[in-house]
Design a protein around this ligand. Structure first.
Ligand code: NAD
Length: 295
């Protein structure tokens, strides 16, 4: 069993840290929210007094934070964690950030003899709670092999995508596709309902037909069709519209750099931005269903 520091115990990080505790690791947690830290402490983690404290005397440091700027500030600028880390500590950043942020942190860490991995996840809050996340890892193979058993305590699929930043590229591609099929699912459900169909029946039909997709199968955006998903909880919890907008921005930035055509991604970004501007920024991204609702 390992000693692990965990920074950022929000919607995703909280349940991930709890699963590490359940697996028998000694986990120290830090978050700007004392309330969130307390929730994980109640599950058996230790409370760290600061980010530096969370990163001290641990074999592995995991971070799960909202943005690339926050990750860079933590490791390089404001908190300067890289100045405090032991070279034996393996850093695994699970946040979804631009590949450039991950590469910048990895290069600065390498200069100090510290090994990092970018390991963004897919699977949502449900996957974080159930320990069934997919980890998409970028970095050196030897570090990946060291991290894999620990990541398997929080997820059921662990992929090595390539070098630093590769995990982020794969994650960005996935989330652009997720945004597109969530919008398509919401649009199709509204069309069916507007024409007299029961959304639950229509969902069952499309699940056994060629429209089947992850949003429809595991994250139905129509309230009440599926229990225990954000749409049945007034779109609370889950993956915020603001975070989806961030990921779509990262996808479009990557597309500009690689001269890739991403018209569906661009449309998805425009729709999610419009939706966010209507006061849905902190709601789950499946609330895009509301964009199609008739007055
Ligand atoms: P969240 O906002 O619920 O959690 C982020 C946590 O980080 C918050 O509790 C916040 O207080 C904390 N934090 C921010 N700055 C900090 C700092 N400097 N030091 C310590 N703590 C700090 O977000 P989330 O939904 O858990 O998402 C986290 C990351 O996971 C994001 O990069 C997101 O894109 C990615 N992600 C989210 C989901 C999802 O379904 N929610 C799925 C896959 C990936």
């Amino acid at each position: 069993m390992a000693t692990i520091g965990f920074i950022g115990v929000g919607n995703m990080g909280g349940p991930m840290a709890c699963n590490l505790v359940k697996a028998g690791h000694q986990v120290k947690v830090f978050d700007l929210s004392a309330e969130l830290v307390q929730t994980v402490v109640e599950q058996g983690a230790a409370k760290a007094a600061s980010a530096i404290d969370a990163a001290t005397d641990v074999e592995v440091l995991i971070s799960m934070l909202p943005s690339g700027q926050i990750v860079e500030d933590l490791y390089l600028h404001e908190t300067r964690l890289l100045d405090h880390l032991d070279t034996r500590t393996l850093v695994i950043d699970c946040s979804t950030i631009a590949p450039e942020n991950a590469i910048t942190v990895a290069k600065a860490a390498r200069l100090k003899g510290i090994t990092t991995l970018d390991a963004p996840v897919s699977g949502g809050v449900g996957g974080a709670k159930a320990g069934t996340l997919t980890f998409i890892v970028g970095g050196e193979k030897s570090a990946f092999e060291k991290a894999e058993p620990i990541l398997r305590n929080m997820g059921k699929n662990v992929f090595h995508a390539g070098n630093h930043g590769a995990g982020q590229i794969a994650k960005i591609c996935n989330n652009m596709l997720l945004a597109v099929h969530m919008i398509g699912t919401a649009e199709a459900l509204q069309l069916g309902v507007d024409n007299g169909l029961d959304p639950a029946v229509l969902s069952q039909i499309m699940l056994q037909s060629s429209g089947r997709n992850w949003s429809l199968e595991l994250y139905n955006p129509w309230p009440g069709v599926m229990p225990s998903v954000p749409s049945s909880n007034d779109y609370n919890g889950g993956f915020q519209v603001n975070l989806m907008n961030k990921d779509l921005g990262l996808a479009l930035e990557a597309a500009t750099k690689s001269h890739s055509a991403t018209p569906m991604g661009a449309l998805a970004k425009a729709l999610f931005e419009l939706h966010g501007s209507k006061g849905f920024g902190k709601k789950d991204f499946s609330s895009i269903q509301k964009l199609f609702a008739k007055e």
